[in-house]
Design a protein around this ligand. Structure first.
Ligand SMILES: [Zn+2]
Length: 160
């Protein structure tokens, strides 16, 4: 039973996040649990952002990769509570984000005023002298910042 779960988890480690292809769904901490009952494999995932269109895509990709590995009966359950937080992201994931040019989340606290107040390091030159340009970047999960030192704009992964 446990080894079956481990095997599935290692397969899921190959599924990339559609929005940030350098990260896998296990890097993000989206996969909460795996249940194997009779012949059915159930994967419990928590969306990073409610209403994130990427989540449907992730479900499709999970089914695809499991089917390729010989699992036929697959059930994907979305668990909305407790809500995903950036704290579930691995340190390795944060490093990957940085090298991808996206500033990783600084703190789990997220509210309207929070983005204005937190210092976000520029992923290019590591300067803390950055400013918020837009609450919404290329996706709803990201905000756009600009570095005042190197002048480069960059995405900040802000989810919750
Ligand atoms: Zn910079």
């Amino acid at each position: 039973m446990e080894s079956g779960k481990q095997k599935i988890l290692s397969i899921l480690k190959t599924v990339n996040d559609p929005e940030i292809p350098v990260l896998t769904i296990t890097d993000l901490g989206i996969v909460r649990d795996i249940k194997i009952e009779n012949e059915t494999t159930e994967v419990i995932i928590t969306p990073t952002y409610s209403g994130c269109p990427a989540m449907d895509f992730i479900g499709v990709n999970i089914r695809k990769v499991l089917r390729e590995n010989g699992y036929d009966k697959i059930k994907i359950t979305h668990q909305l509570s407790p809500a995903w937080t950036t704290d579930w992201m691995t340190e390795e994931a944060k490093d990957k984000l940085r090298s991808y040019g996206i500033a990783p989340p600084v703190s789990k606290t997220f509210d309207k005023n929070y983005l204005q107040n937190i210092p976000v390091a520029c992923p290019h030159c590591h300067s803390m002298n950055t400013k918020l340009i837009s609450q919404f970047g290329s996706t709803a999960c990201k905000a756009i910042y600009q570095c005042s030192d190197c002048g480069e704009p960059f995405d900040y992964f802000k989810c919750h």
